[in-house]
Design a protein around this ligand. Sequence first.
Ligand code: HEC
Ligand code: HEC
Length: 218
Amino acid sequence: MRIKATATALLCMASLMGTTASADPARQAMLVNTCVACHGEAGNSVGPAIPTLAGLSPNYLMGAMLAYKYPDADELEAVIDADPAFEDVEAFNRYGTIMNRLASGYTEEEIKMIAAYFSDQEMQRATQDFDSAQAKKGKKLHTKYCEKCHEDEGRVADDDTGVLAGQWAPYFLYSMADFNNGDRDMPKKMKIKLKEIQDSVGHAGFEQLAHYYASITD
Ligand code: HEC
Ligand code: HEC
């Protein structure tokens, strides 16, 4: 009983701490000002090389920012282990053209506030050109290789895997290039699936996937 009570108290404390991170709207607004200049109003990007952040899960957003901020894998792991607010964050090292330098300017508390803001916004899926025949092939690849972790055609944010449906296609292809050439880490099982596509369909497979995700606007 006693142990249980302590655990409950700790949980309450953790959720109180969680609330504090997003409790100051003025500070939060000031912090995200910098981001929306590139990522669009409320995090819905209008530039095809820049990802939409609106509606991504807090864990995914925090993981991404921490990964940009701490390029050293051991340091990244230590930072995540040290803070209960990052308990469910699984971060993968990643290289960015801009974001590494930018993320290093934010504290962990600021990163929590920023993640809370963007995850609260509604994602507007980008309207983009796509080829229906390619999209159809992409759908098959997605169902076979990706749906298991990127559920509901890549719409689900809560699985902390980003959002693929309606994300910008050029950004998707840059990400795929980063994954494939080792500039961005990923779960082992995803790596296996990417290799299977590479070995069976080749690069065309990633193009087909890009058309497919671009075709999803609902
Ligand atoms: C100068 C433009 C610019 C600014 C300002 C900017 N970003 Fe980015 N962001 C990018 C680009 C470009 C990428 C793709 C990765 C890269 O090349 O660095 C990106 C990628 C990201 C990603 C990865 C998204 C995903 O789907 O994995 C996150 C998260 C992110 N930015 C958060 C932020 C936050 C939070 C801020 C404000 C503190 C911010 N960005 C400010 C340009 C910008
Ligand atoms: C075993 C589960 C798993 C499988 C299978 C998987 N993924 Fe992922 N994927 C993840 C996780 C976890 C992340 C988040 C990585 C991170 O935080 O940087 C991710 C991230 C991504 C991203 C980055 C999103 C962004 O906004 O930057 C893309 C793109 C992606 N996956 C595409 C795919 C495609 C395409 C397939 C199928 C060929 C696939 N994944 C299969 C687990 C998986």
